[in-house]
Design a protein around this ligand. Structure first.
Ligand SMILES: Nc1ncnc2c1ncn2[C@@H]1O[C@H](COP(=O)(O)OP(=O)(O)OP(=O)(O)O)[C@@H](O)[C@H]1O
Ligand SMILES: [Mg+2]
Length: 318
C-alpha cells in the first residue's frame, strides 16, 4: 500500500456544517444553535452513511473550535448494549467540567442497540447532567428508542441522498484525486450504494485501486450482479429459452462467483424495467419475494434460482 494511503471516507468527510450535502433541515437548525451557543439534546435517525456522525463532528468543531476533542465524546452503543456503558463511560465523561464552554456533548452512535433498561438509565443521566452535558443519540430506527427519551430530544430524520447529490460528491473526490470517471460509472456507484455515501465512497476508492473507474470494475469490486447480465437471463426465461437462461445463471453463480442473494436482489430491481404486462410483473415480484425467503432459510442457490426461472417461464405464458 502506498505510504500516502488514506481512507477516502475520512479524508473527504466534511469538516464544516456548510460542506455537508443535503440534510438542510438539520444543518440550518444546527447553525442557528451554534450562533446562539445553546444546543438541545437531539436524536438523529436514519439509515447508514447519511451524515449523522459527520454532522455531530462538524457541530462540535464549530461550537468548541480547538477544544472540540476535550468537549466531545463519541461512543458506540452496539459494542456494549447494557446499562454498564451508561453507568460507566457516559457518567464519567458527563461529570467532568466542560473546557472553555458551558456544556459538553456525548454522541451515542447506534443508540437503538441499547437495551430498554439502559435507555431508562440514559434518560436519568440526561436529566441529572442537563446543566453541563448534551446528548446526541444516533440510530437507524427511531421506533426502537423509548418514548421518554424521544420526547426529551429534538428529533431529526436524515434523508437519503439522490443521484445528483451522490454524483456531485463523488466528482469532487475524483477531481481532487486527479482521476477520471465516466458519468455512467458514477451512476452505477449510486445504484449500488442506494444513497449511502460511505458505501459510495468506498466503492469509488476500491475501483480506483484496481486502476480503472468504469462500470465493469465497479460491479466487480461490489461483487454484485451486473444489471445487463441479469436482464439477459430474465429475457431468455420470459421468451421460453430456458436452457440459455440456466446457462447464464450458472455463469453468474460459478464464473462470476456471485451469491444467490446478490442475483435475486438484481432480479428484483430488473422486474420493474421489463417489457411484460403489469400483471406478469406482479406475479414475478411475488415469486421473487418467496424465493428470497427460501434462500435466506438456507435453500441452495442453484436449485432455488432455477426454480424461480422456471416460474418466470410460465408466468409470461399465462
Ligand atoms: N450528507 C453528507 N454530506 C457529506 N458527506 C457525507 C454525508 N453523509 C455521509 N457522508 C460521508 O459518508 C461517510 C459516512 O458518513 P457518516 O459517518 O456521517 O454516516 P452515518 O450517517 O453516521 O452512518 P452510520 O449510521 O453508519 O453511523 C463519511 O465519509 C462522510 O463524509
Ligand atoms: Mg455514524
Amino acid at each position: 500500500m502506498p505510504s500516502n494511503f488514506e481512507i477516502w471516507t475520512e479524508k473527504y468527510r466534511p469538516q464544516k456544517l456548510s460542506e455537508v450535502v443535503n440534510q438542510k433541515h438539520v444543518v440550518g437548525r444546527l447553525k442557528s444553535w451554534v450562533k446562539s451557543g445553546s444546543v438541545p439534546n437531539m436524536l438523529f435517525a436514519g439509515s447508514a452513511g447519511l451524515g449523522k456522525t459527520t454532522l455531530a463532528l462538524c457541530l462540535a468543531r464549530e461550537l468548541y473550535g480547538e477544544h472540540w476533542k476535550e468537549n466531545f465524546l463519541e461512543l458506540n452503543a452496539s459494542d456494549e448494549r447494557g446499562i454498564d456503558i451508561i453507568r460507566g463511560r457516559v457518567k464519567d465523561f458527563a461529570k467532568m467540567k466542560p473546557l472553555g464552554a458551558d456544556f459538553k456533548i456525548i454522541f451515542l452512535d447506534e443508540s437503538d442497540a441499547l437495551t430498554p433498561e439502559a435507555q431508562q438509565a440514559l434518560r436519568r443521566t440526561m436529566e441529572k447532567f442537563a446543566g453541563v452535558c448534551r446528548f446526541i443519540l444516533s440510530c437507524n430506527y427511531s421506533s426502537r428508542i423509548i418514548e421518554p427519551l424521544q420526547s426529551r430530544c429534538a428529533v431529526f430524520r436524515f434523508k437519503r441522498l439522490d443521484e445528483k447529490q451522490v454524483i456531485e460528491y463523488l466528482e469532487r473526490i475524483v477531481s481532487a484525486e486527479r482521476l477520471k470517471a465516466p458519468k455512467e460509472a458514477l451512476s452505477a456507484i449510486f445504484e449500488l450504494s442506494e444513497g449511502d455515501l460511505r458505501k459510495a465512497t468506498n466503492l469509488l476508492q476500491a475501483s480506483a485501486a484496481m486502476g480503472r473507474i468504469d462500470k465493469e470494475t465497479i460491479y466487480d469490486v461490489a461483487m454484485q450482479a451486473k444489471p445487463h447480465d441479469v436482464r439477459a437471463m430474465l429475457d431468455m426465461a420470459l421468451t421460453g429459452k430456458f436452457a440459455d437462461a440456466r446457462n447464464k445463471l450458472y455463469e453468474l453463480l460459478i464464473n462470476q462467483g456471485l451469491s444467490g442473494e446478490d442475483i435475486i436482489k438484481e432480479i428484483h430491481r430488473q422486474i420493474f424495467e421489463l417489457d411484460v404486462p403489469e400483471k406478469a410483473k406482479l406475479g414475478m415480484l411475488e415469486r421473487t419475494g418467496e424465493f428470497e425467503f427460501r434462500l435466506n432459510q438456507g435453500g441452495s442457490d442453484e436449485i432455488q434460482l432455477e426454480a424461480l426461472l422456471a416460474h418466470f417461464l410460465n408466468i409470461n405464458k399465462q
